[in-house]
Design a protein around this ligand. Structure first.
Ligand code: ZN
Ligand code: FE
Length: 258
C-alpha cells in the first residue's frame, strides 16, 4: 500500500515544485517560490514537515527562507557556500528515510550542471526519481559548473535505474527538447510519437512529467549516445571520436547553440 502521493505545484515560468504528501503532512522538492506552496498546503490542509533540495539555483531554493518563516522544517541537500538553507547535508551514497511516507531515498551525486547537484531515488512502487535540472523530458541540464564529462557520468548513473522508474524533473522543457531530438535523431519513431503526445498534453495544459526512464532511454538524445543513427548524424557534422562521452559532449555543445 502506498503511503504517499506526489503532486506537481507549478511555479515561476516552467518549474515544478514536487510535493510528497499523505493526508496530513508534506515534503516539497526544490521550492523556488513560496506562495504556490503555501496555497497548495492550505488547499489540502497539509502541514509542511521538510524540504528537499537538488541544487542551489535560485529557481529551486528561492522560496525556502519564507517557507521556513512559517514552517521551521529541516532542509535536506548538499551543503554548499552558495546555499545557506541546508540544515542536513546529504552526500552521494547516503540514504534518507522519510518514515511518514514509507520512503527511503538513495542519494546520488550528479555533478555537471552544478557541483552540489544530487538526485533522490526511491524504489517504492515502480521507483521514483527527483533529478532537478540534470535529466529533463527528452533533454538534460546545461553544464554550468564542472565539466560536460561529469554531466555525462551523472546521466549514465541515472540511466542505470530501472526502466519503470518515474522521473520527476524540475522543469517543463519536454516540447522544446523534442524539437532538438527531432533534428539529431530524425528517424526515431518513438521521438515522433512523443512529439505528438506532448503536443496533446500541453494543449490540454497538462504536465509531461513524470516520464519513465524507459521513455527517456527511447527518446532522450542525451541517453542515446550509443545510438548508431545519432552517431551518423553527428559524423556528418564532423564528429570523429564516437565514444559515449564524445558523442554526449557533441550533443550538449550542439544543443547549447540550437
Ligand atoms: Zn539549475
Ligand atoms: Fe532550474
Amino acid at each position: 500500500m502506498t503511503m504517499f502521493k506526489i503532486t506537481a505545484i507549478p511555479a515561476l515560468n516552467d518549474n515544478y515544485i514536487w510535493a510528497i504528501h499523505n493526508d496530513s503532512v508534506a515534503f516539497v522538492v526544490d521550492p523556488g517560490e513560496t506562495e504556490p506552496v503555501l496555497e497548495f498546503l492550505a488547499a489540502n490542509q497539509l502541514a509542511l514537515t521538510g524540504i528537499l533540495c537538488t541544487h542551489r539555483h535560485h529557481d529551486h531554493i528561492g522560496g525556502i527562507a519564507k517557507l521556513r518563516a512559517v514552517y521551521n522544517v529541516p532542509v535536506y541537500g548538499r551543503c554548499h557556500p552558495g546555499n545557506p538553507h541546508i540544515s542536513h547535508d546529504l552526500q552521494g551514497g547516503e540514504q534518507l528515510k522519510l518514515d511518514a511516507f514509507g520512503l527511503s531515498f538513495d542519494i546520488i551525486a550528479v555533478p555537471g550542471h552544478l557541483d552540489d547537484h544530487i538526485a533522490y531515488y526511491a524504489s517504492a512502487g515502480s521507483g521514483i526519481l527527483f533529478c532537478g535540472d540534470v535529466l529533463f523530458g527528452a533533454g538534460c541540464g546545461k553544464s554550468f559548473e564542472g565539466t560536460v564529462a561529469q554531466l555525462y557520468d551523472s546521466l549514465k548513473k541515472l540511466s542505470e535505474l530501472p526502466d519503470a522508474t518515474l522521473m520527476y524533473c524540475a522543469h517543463e522543457y519536454t516540447a522544446s527538447n523534442l524539437r532538438f531530438a527531432a533534428i539529431c535523431d530524425p528517424d526515431n519513431p518513438a521521438v515522433q510519437q512523443r512529439i505528438s503526445d506532448t503536443r496533446e498534453l500541453r494543449a490540454a495544459n497538462l504536465s509531461t512529467v513524470p516520464s519513465t526512464m524507459q521513455m527517456e532511454k527511447a527518446t532522450n538524445p542525451f541517453l542515446r549516445y550509443n545510438d548508431a543513427d545519432i552517431i551518423k548524424v553527428l559524423q556528418q557534422r564532423g564528429l570523429t571520436d564516437t565514444s559515449g562521452q564524445a558523442v554526449f559532449t557533441a550533443l550538449r555543445l550542439w544543443r547549447d547553440k540550437f
